[in-house]
Design a binder for this molecule. Structure first.
Ligand code: ADP
Ligand code: MG
Length: 211
């Protein structure tokens, strides 16, 4: 028996958007992860590339956003510009014509432009660790109001970026914020980091044979 997005209690506005996008049924990782994340647990989401991990964390995270507040409420940390752009596109599709504002804060793009755009108070940011930290240091970005912090391709984030940068970004969020690590593979080093940064994480893992 497969679950539906309705059964996963996804808000109507996103049900409509999913339909528009031609996305009918949740993938297995979405069906497992969404209820856990909606409960507010920290989590590790692990399944093969292409199994729909982005929506698995985006849908519950977007529902946490109160658009009447000006604060940054959801942060998605990514290892690369390319992945960041891809996730931004998904966010833009889901939030088109709505009140939720999103912004990317990715290395390579001009800092001044990003600082300027931050004055519009995005509710959700997708960023690379180095650039996020740079903006935090010059007090243009604060993570104190982040309710959900996701690290996508977390193994790569810890490999490519400086460990210190990533840890400083994680430290910028309140202890009480929900934290989610996402990847196709969770090497031992990432597992150790998860032990330090996640509180009693629920491990949601789908094997290739379950696809
Ligand atoms: P992953 O992060 O696990 O590699 P993505 O989140 O990038 O996977 O999703 C891979 C592709 O599957 C994307 O094009 C996405 O739009 C599509 N997709 C995601 N969820 C569903 C779904 N429930 N039904 C159909 N297509 C989906
Ligand atoms: Mg992905």
């Amino acid at each position: 028996m497969s679950t539906s997005f309705e059964q996963l209690q996804i808000a109507q506005t996103y049900l409509d958007k999913l339909k528009e996008l031609g996305i009918g049924e949740p993938t297995p990782i979405q069906a497992e992860a969404i209820p856990v994340l909606k409960q507010g647990s920290d989590a590790i989401i692990q399944s093969q590339t292409g199994t729909g991990k982005t929506l698995a964390y985006l849908l519950p995270a977007l529902e946490q956003i109160d658009p009447t507040q000006k604060q940054l409420q959801v942060l998605v940390v990514v290892p690369t510009r390319e992945l960041g752009m891809q996730i931004m596109q998904e966010i833009e599709k889901l939030t088109a014509d709505g009140p939720i504002r999103s912004q990317s804060l990715i290395g390579g793009a001009a800092v001044v432009r990003q600082v300027e755009k931050l004055r519009l108070h995005p509710h959700i940011v997708v960023g690379t660790p180095g650039r996020l930290l740079e903006l935090m240091k010059i007090k243009k970005l604060t993570l104190h109001h982040v309710k959900v912090g996701v690290i996508d391709e977390v193994d790569q984030v810890f490999e490519l970026g400086s460990m210190q940068d990533v840890e400083s970004v994680l430290k910028g969020m309140l202890k009480s914020s929900q934290k989610v690590f996402v990847s196709a593979t969770i090497p031992q080093s990432t597992e150790q980091a998860a032990g330090r940064w996640l509180k009693e994480p629920v491990i949601i893992k789908i094997n290739a044979s379950q696809r």
